[in-house]
Design a binder for this molecule. Sequence first.
Ligand code: XMP
Length: 330
Amino acid sequence: MCDNIRRPDSMERITTEAQAKAFIDEQVAACRAQIGDGKVLLALSGGVDSSVVAALLIKAVGKQLTCIHVNHGLMRKGESEQVLEVFREELGANLIYVDATDRFLDKLAGVADPEKKRHIIGEEFIDVFAEEARKLDGVGFLGQGTIWPDILESEAGIKAHHNAGGLPEDIASRFALVEPVRILFKDEVRVVGRALGLPANMVDRQPFPGPGLGVRCVGAITRDRLEAVRESDAILREEFAKAGLEGKVWQYFTVVPDFKSTGIRNGKRTFDWPCIIRAINTTDVMEVTVEHLPAEMLDRLAARITSEVPGINRVLFDYTPKPPATVEYE
Ligand code: XMP
């Protein structure tokens, strides 16, 4: 356990590849010293922090690391596939892939209350991870993508930082934590990720909430509307990349609410969902401003989303800053 490791006040911000490489060498040595010939487990979501921890631990202890990737069915298009490609194929990680889509969506069926949805997703995630962890013998360490703001927020009483990610006691008590990016700020984690050779789109990813697309499929999730969120999000990301805006706008995504409106296609009436585009900028997510997209880009998005995504007949743009709106819809 390295709960007492703190960022030294004198530590320079890591901005260059050389600094990142020095940090990587230090952490590889520290992880080897801590883990010895033991085994370590890591929940690998594909987010920046867990991906960087995975790459560092692969470098440090190779096959002594087992990663578990739980696909809750609420991932963005192509995300789980990329985790498998990068970590299993390219980096040769021991990676257990659990497709728990049906399990999550069955539990979420008919649940419209946002807080209940979040609770179900969080609990189910822990259950699936704990079930997989119980199947493994002799694992004494748990890798975690804790970063320095998590520690500061937890100390300031803003956000609970769960040791061992809220795992049940019988599992949590087996593990000592390994937190190799604990003293880094987010921008430094990205620099380290690049120096470790992780793909740019993984390292520069926009923030993605734990409950995933579940909070963007407003109300009770249905598989068809969830697919509409996933497909429209993929088109939005593609258009941002084409416009050179990837990594330049804090967060952009689509939301599909659970109401329908009348439209017309090929001379026939349609009754389909709208798709809402949200694009925001911020420094601290306490207050956010709207990113104004070029008119031609909005025209193209409306045309593509209504023609390529089944069930969508209308595209709207959300012009609301935070406050009064929050970033996510639930
Ligand atoms: P809100 O909607 O609170 O979002 O204005 C602020 C930022 O937090 C992200 N967010 C979450 N991230 N789990 C997460 O890991 C969550 O449950 C969650 N809810 C919101 C949101 O995407 C935005 O960046």
